[in-house]
Design a protein around this ligand. Structure first.
Ligand SMILES: Cc1cc2nc3c(=O)[nH]c(=O)nc-3n(C[C@H](O)[C@H](O)[C@H](O)COP(=O)(O)OP(=O)(O)OC[C@H]3O[C@@H](n4cnc5c(N)ncnc54)[C@H](O)[C@@H]3O)c2cc1C
Length: 422
């Protein structure tokens, strides 16, 4: 019998498979698609490097020549110049390089799945899990899979849901809660001939502010020739525009001077893709005999490229508790819950940061330009959100917002959004 069955072979599932196999656990990944398959989420934060190193995957990243990401840059709507950060300003414990990566996810996800397999994980692609099975004591005890037209039950000691935004187990248990504030929608595609600007920021992620509430665009280099471009705004903005995706996309491209300039000679090389249904959390990430990891547990708005890092760290931290469960023979919710507390605390820091960002856009630019706050903001942007009891810079941001709210004539007053911050 399997020790662990993992539903889904994205970054979360493959990372957990790698940890488990390295530690000698018998584990299987069932992946519904056949890799390589395309996926959104192409820019990483620095903290991902630490997990790649731990599972022995960093040499693969280097061998495959993924684009090195040394920093990030934000472009206001007024073309008054970008605000940028470089990762080497704040070295991170356990990371010996000053860059992370931008990736073609079809390639990354295939390589990560192969890596887990090379360490001992059994991988079945083209196999959809239709439900998680529970025994009479209400412990997860396996999964039901569908191959061709056949359904088969496969037993396991512990089941991990890494099914991404499909959120298989969350939906089965009815514990999925959509975010009360964010209902974002993205339209994106790959282009050639996007002007990248000069070094050192040429291969940064570029984020452009757009003239609608919670609107922004991404520019992510995938290879030296190909750039991923995406427009993000509230779903309602897309709905009310009544435009075809291409017209909607270019309407916003032309709304920011720096963005329009970057796209002046661009040529699209694949179809537009639409992404909705994100920003949610499960009421529980861990129960009797199961855990949820990556997007299957929690999704925060991708403005700061946090998703893959959260997927990797959720795999790392769930592995620690799974190992403990096998050592003690205790697979109960109580035994697995510390994983949930850790992941929830980290993702809540991301969430708070994102919420304050959207509350008052110029605040972010002000904070990263400030000598006093820059390093602490950078630390967050690098993905250092786990194992932190307090994050004073978020309190400072909240305090600043309060001051703007209370003042009649603050220069930022008109830019406050309607997001609640308590
Ligand atoms: C618009 C947008 C932009 C984003 N930008 C970024 C970014 O720049 N940087 C970043 O880090 N993150 C970004 N993200 C988030 C990122 O895409 C995810 O956080 C990340 O892919 C999560 O990895 P995962 O392994 O949890 O899930 P996934 O990568 O989605 O993998 C889940 C896997 O499970 C499989 N699966 C699903 N259901 C089943 C089933 N029933 N049976 C078997 N297999 C199943 C799927 O086929 C899939 O391969 C973005 C997301 C969105 C929506």
């Amino acid at each position: 019998m399997n020790d662990v069955i993992i539903i889904g072979g994205g970054p979360a599932g493959s990372t957990l498979g790698s940890y488990l196999s390295k530690a000698g656990f018998k584990n299987t990944i069932f992946e519904a698609t056949n890799h390589p398959r395309s996926h959104v989420g192409e820019s990483m934060v620095m903290s991902s490097v630490r997990v790649f190193e731990e599972i022995g995957f960093l040499p693969v990243m280097e061998r495959e020549g993924f684009i090195r990401k040394y920093g990030a840059s934000w472009h206001p709507m007024t073309a008054k110049g970008e605000a940028a950060i470089c990762f080497n300003e704040f070295p991170q414990a356990g990371i010996t390089q000053d860059y992370t990566y931008h990736v073609d996810r079809s390639k990354l996800d295939l390589l990560m799945l192969k890596h887990a397999e090379s360490l001992g994980t059994k991988v079945y692609q083209g196999v959809t899990v239709t439900r998680v099975l529970f025994d009479d004591n209400d412990y997860a005890c396996g999964v039901r899979i569908r191959i061709a037209d056949q359904e088969i039950d496969v037993p396991a000691r512990l089941v991990v849901d890494a099914s991404g935004r499909q959120t298989l187990l969350g939906r089965q248990l009815k514990v999925k809660k959509n975010d009360p504030i964010f209902d974002q929608f993205a339209v994106h595609a790959w282009f050639e001939n996007v002007a990248k600007g000069n070094s050192p920021s040429a291969n940064f992620i570029h984020v452009y502010f757009l003239p609608v509430q919670r609107g922004w665009a991404w520019q992510i280099p995938i290879t030296e020739e190909i750039t991923s471009m995406g427009i993000v705004a509230e779903r309602e903005v897309f709905r009310q525009a009544h435009l075809e995706p291409a017209d909607y996309f270019f309407k916003f491209i032309n709304s920011n001077p720096d963005l329009a300039a970057a796209m002046q000679n661009a040529r699209r090389i694949n179809d537009f893709k639409l992404e909705g249904d994100y920003s949610y959390k499960m009421d529980t990430f861990a129960g009797n005999g199961f855990v949820m990891i990556g997007d299957a547990a929690r999704f925060v708005d991708p403005i700061f490229s946090s998703g893959v890092s959260v997927a990797l760290y959720s795999a790392k931290y769930s592995f620690e508790r799974i190992q403990y469960a096998f050592e003690t023979g205790d697979f109960s919710e109580a035994a697995l819950k510390p994983y949930e507390h850790k992941l929830r605390a980290g993702t809540e820091i991301w969430y708070e940061f994102i919420r304050l960002y959207y509350k008052l856009l110029p605040l972010f630019t002000y904070f990263i330009s400030s000598k006093q706050h820059r390093l602490e903001v950078l630390r967050l942007l690098q993905g250092e959100v786990f194992d932190r009891s307090e994050v004073p810079v978020l309190d400072e941001m909240r305090k600043y917002i309060r001051t703007v709210e209370a003042s009649d004539n603050h220069v930022f007053k008109g830019q406050l959004s309607d997001i609640p911050i308590d």
